[in-house]
Design a protein around this ligand. Structure first.
Ligand code: M6R
Length: 365
């Protein structure tokens, strides 16, 4: 079943190029995203006034990326909610809300409850789900399936990147329907999305470097992940990957927030993973990196090829991803962090695919 791989997680990491292509390509028609299959058209999208995205764990992190790109390109306000919080707060929601629930398994108890709560208040619900015919897929009004295939490792990898892909597809289609982007921009962004699978492949080819870094760092007690904007969302997911499979304490922080408390924990030798892929924020993000290096932190930077020279003076280690339009480089930027977490777990001798205390699908509250 593992097809020669030592763990499902590595197999699933390496399946990402195919999964991403399968999620995207069949839905591209004449250079645009086509959602006929799920019953969503531009007229319906044009009527959306506000969006609430609800999920747990990794799917919540994907939702966060969705918020950034929907707000930026479609200019529709988006709230992102943790399902277990949403369901108990008597949420202000009605038929004016367009709700998106994101779930790999489609069976997460809190997400199912949130979906039911939203529907009972009159909201229309789109599910972004991976498992065909799952409870969430059945109960939502519409379903946009990620086509990641079966994901067995508890730590989500290909389900996450395909959730991102689905959210990008939705965001671009919505942005065009709302007049937030021109047709030329729409076509250019979709064409660029189609390069994501080959870019993902290039990152995977480079895995030996991350294996080496993991070998140098697997004895760490604590690792911080920082980033701003989209990079912050990726930092959250990178940090979750590390903690769930290697049991190393880790926190993710928005770069600008560090100095409001967390920087007190940075000392000589602390490992900080800095995600610096967004050109418009790179200067600000670099000053956050300098704040930690001046306290003795060792910094591993994840960046695009084109920004390598900008970051080389502050980085102890650099991992590059292929150049892309910045906001789309986000999708591939998680892959080095998945691979790093994987090898950290392997080096520590942890049960990579079945980490302690965790279940693949959380069907209890
Ligand atoms: O099946 P779901 O996407 O609803 O699951 C949500 C979370 O339980 C899941 O993403 C969890 O955080 C993973 N272990 C992360 O790797």
């Amino acid at each position: 079943e593992k097809a020669g791989y030592p763990h499902f997680m590595l197999k699933e990491i390496e399946e990402q190029p195919r999964a991403l292509a399968e999620t995207l390509n069949p839905r591209v028609k004449d250079g645009e995203i086509n959602f006929d299959e799920i019953g969503i058209d531009d007229a319906m999208l044009a009527g959306i006034k506000k969006i609430t995205v609800i999920a747990c764990g990794t799917a919540y992190h994907a939702s966060y990326v969705g918020k950034y790109i929907i707000e930026r390109f479609a200019r529709v306000p988006v709230e992102v909610e943790i399902a277990s919080e949403f369901r108990y707060k008597n949420p202000i929601i009605n038929q004016d809300n367009f709700v998106i629930v994101v779930s790999q398994s489609g069976e997460t108890a809190d997400t199912i409850a949130a979906l039911r709560e939203a529907k009972s208040k009159g909201a229309s619900v789109l599910a972004i789900a991976n498992v065909v015919g799952s409870t969430i897929a059945r109960e939502a009004d519409k379903v946009l399936y990620t086509r990641a295939g079966l994901e067995i490792a508890v730590a989500s990898t290909k389900a996450y990147t395909t959730q991102l892909m689905a959210l990008y597809m939705f965001a671009l289609k919505l942005a065009y329907a709302k007049g937030g982007i021109t047709q030329d921009e729409y076509h250019a962004y979709v064409a660029e999305l189609q390069k994501v699978p080959e870019n993902a492949e290039k990152v995977i080819q480079n895995k030996e470097l991350l294996q080496k870094f993991a070998y140098e760092h697997f004895t760490e007690h604590s690792v911080f992940y920082i980033g701003r904007g989209l990079d912050y969302a990726m930092a959250m997911e990178g940090s979750l990957k590390l903690k769930e499979i290697s049991y190393i304490h880790s926190e993710a922080y928005a770069g600008g927030e560090l100095k409001h408390g967390t920087i007190a924990l940075v000392e000589e030798g602390t490992l900080v993973v800095a995600v610096l892929t967004q050109g418009d924020l790179i200067e600000k993000a670099l000053s956050n990196v300098k704040e930690v290096t001046s306290r003795g932190a060792v910094v591993m930077v994840v960046t695009q090829e084109k920004y390598k020279d900008l970051v080389k003076d502050v980085a102890d280690k650099i991992v590059t991803i292929p150049d892309a339009i910045d906001f789309e480089a986000t999708i591939t930027s998680i892959i080095p962090m998945q691979i790093f977490a994987y090898y950290m777990s392997v080096q520590k001798g942890c049960d990579v695919d079945k980490p302690r205390n965790l279940a693949k699908s959380v069907t209890v509250e």
